[in-house]
Write a protein that binds this ligand. Structure first.
Ligand SMILES: NC(=O)c1ccc[n+]([C@@H]2O[C@H](COP(=O)([O-])OP(=O)(O)OC[C@H]3O[C@@H](n4cnc5c(N)ncnc54)[C@H](O)[C@@H]3O)[C@@H](O)[C@H]2O)c1
Length: 278
């Protein structure tokens, strides 16, 4: 790649917040950002876990990576954290709204609580609070700081291929269970991931004249020790006939955060092996 083009993807000195940074993808986002010269701010519920990872990243890349405990359902914590980061670094350039509840719902033998008929209101409220309300609160406080920059910055919302289509519940069926015990992908996943697409379009227009761009990435599933039967079934629904490797979203994230995507705004980008093209 010619030198000038390569520079387009650099994030040198850019302070970029990642929510849910201790998770599977959050760590990969942080690694992508720091390896292109950015300063990833890793937010998650508990600090020790994510702090250890941030220290390893800093040592490996010789730049700052910082970990902080912030519960994104708590507006005061977010507000204070946004102020603290601006005091520490002077600005915020980017936000990756990545945190979400992992939608696993226990059953009690008789009833499967993932099913809509049984799905507890309490879990609905918790899932929406993290995945959707949390993203709005982060956009409100970190996004406002990004809008204070003379040249704005970039917000990336991590949606899902299930923000673009309904889950195929046949994938989650288990042999030997009656219909009302069959597990399903919970309703909150579809609602939260589709809601993030609405938030993306709203934010893309809200601070556009201040140079704040907002786009959504819609990743497909990641290969992560799932049973062979499941992998075979899900792969058959994906034109590329496989799930993603965990590092296959890093390139898209760098593009969306950097000047390489300087005219990309309000875009909903599927990165799912073509699953939603079928
Ligand atoms: N893993 C996949 O296959 C996949 C596919 C498509 C989309 N996604 C999306 O990508 C994102 C990351 O997925 P993942 O697999 O890394 O998930 P993960 O469960 O590994 O990580 C999520 C992180 O969010 C944190 N978190 C939860 N509640 C929080 C709160 N209130 N405040 C701050 N942090 C909180 C958790 O502690 C966890 O570290 C999610 O939005 C997910 O829906 C994942």
């Amino acid at each position: 790649m010619p030198r000038e083009l390569e520079r387009l993807f650099r994030l040198d000195g850019k302070v970029i917040i990642i929510t849910g940074a201790a998770g599977l993808l959050g760590r990969k986002h942080a690694e992508a950002i720091i390896s292109y010269g950015g300063i990833p701010v890793l937010l998650d519920l508990s600090e020790p876990n994510v702090n250890d990872f941030a220290e390893k990243l800093s040592a490996k890349y010789g730049t700052d990576a910082v970990a902080m405990a912030v519960d994104i359902t708590n507006e005061n914590q977010i507000r204070e954290n946004a102020e603290l980061i601006v005091r520490k670094y002077g600005k915020i350039d980017g936000l990756v709204n990545n945190a979400a509840n992992n939608p696993k719902v226990e059953d009690d033998g008789d009833k499967n609580f993932s099913r809509l008929e049984n799905f507890p209101l309490e879990i609905w409220n918790q899932d929406v609070a993290v995945g959707l309300t949390g993203a709005y609160l982060c956009a409100k406080h970190y996004g406002s700081k990004i809008a204070d920059n003379p040249t704005g910055g970039s917000i990336v919302n991590i949606s899902s291929d299930l923000g673009l289509m309904a889950p195929d519940q046949r994938l989650y069926r288990q042999k030997g269970l009656s219909e009302d015990q069959q597990p399903v992908k919970p309703v909150t996943y579809s609602v939260v991931k589709t809601g993030l697409i609405g938030l993306t379009r709203y934010l893309a227009t809200y601070w556009a004249e201040k140079g704040v761009r907002c786009n959504a990435m819609c990743p497909g599933g990641i290969k992560n020790n799932q049973p062979d039967d499941f992998l075979k079934e899900v792969s058959s629904r994906i034109p590329m006939n496989r799930l993603a490797e965990v590092d296959e979203y890093q390139g898209t994230l760098l593009w969306m955060l950097s000047e390489a995507s300087s005219y990309l705004n309000g875009a909903i980008i599927p990165v799912e092996g073509g699953r939603t093209a079928w």
